[in-house]
Ligand binder design. Structure first.
Ligand code: ZN
Length: 258
């Protein structure tokens, strides 16, 4: 395989050729997205960023221990974050991935580390959420998952059993949801093209998906303004924001009109 890690038009042409070939042959394509694509919509990144809220670091709020100690405070943080997310809009990068799903149908799998629901609002229907969704609550007793009303406040209770609900997200120290992880791993292992978009790819085990895809022979396309630990695994690297690179890639691959 010809490896083209140089930025610029050659990288775009190379990425487009990989994608065009997969679409023509109806081969599976998968994408993994991270905080970068949401940051382009104005959603602050918290994981590892050190962003403070009322003097607390995310590591002091997004843990089972923090919730056990002070569920009210943890919920307040999530209600605040939910407000930020609801005020944000999907960007052209989110919309391009929805177009790709529409075109490829079952042959496309979108895996995200984001918890903001922006992919769904852009039109993506089958989203594998590795870290949950902060627009949902989960019962601490029966496990039932419910959407949160936009105006929800305080500590919500389960409509089924009345027990306290928690944000339906994966906290530090918790395992990824098993079903989502199995789907993501399967998609990575069978993809002919694997897109890595706006993720620093340092959060394991999610980062391992890129290694799985590359080892299985997928053409790996990285879209990220910054170099990352998986850049060396990529066949094509687009050093641009997703909102610019993805629409350009779809045009170049002939998936949308140029
Ligand atoms: Zn319940």
């Amino acid at each position: 395989m010809i490896v083209d890690r140089e930025p610029g038009h050659d990288a775009l042409a190379r990425a487009a050729e990989l994608l065009r070939r997969a679409v023509r042959r109806r081969q599976p394509v998968a994408a993994l997205t991270g905080a970068g694509i949401s940051a382009e919509s104005g959603v602050p990144t918290f994981r590892g960023s050190g962003g403070l809220w009322h003097g607390f670091r995310p590591e002091e709020l997004a843990t089972p221990a923090a919730f056990a100690r002070d569920p009210q405070r943890v919920w307040e943080w999530y209600h605040w974050r939910r407000g930020l997310v609801l005020a944000a809009e999907p960007n052209p990068g989110h919309r391009a991935l929805a177009v790709l799903e529409e075109r490829l149908q079952d042959a496309f799998t979108l895996i995200t580390q984001n918890v903001d629901g922006l992919h769904q609002r852009a039109g993506s229907r089958r989203v594998v959420e590795l870290h949950g969704n902060l627009l949902e609550a989960r019962c601490t007793r029966c496990g039932r998952v419910e959407p949160l009303a936009p105006e929800a406040s305080g500590i919500p209770n389960c409509p089924a059993c009345g027990a306290m609900q928690r944000p339906n997200v994966v906290w530090f120290g918790e395992p990824l949801p098993g079903a989502a992880w199995a789907r993501a791993r399967q998609a990575a292992a069978t993809a002919s093209v694997f897109l890595v978009i706006g993720t620093s790819a340092v959060v394991y085990p999610a980062a391992g998906l890129v290694e799985v895809a590359a080892a299985a022979g997928a053409g790996v396309i990285e879209i990220n303004p910054e170099e990352t630990p998986v850049s060396d695994l990529a066949d094509s690297v687009l050093r641009q924001p997703a909102g610019e690179a993805l629409p350009a890639l779809l045009r170049e691959a002939g998936i949308v009109p140029g």
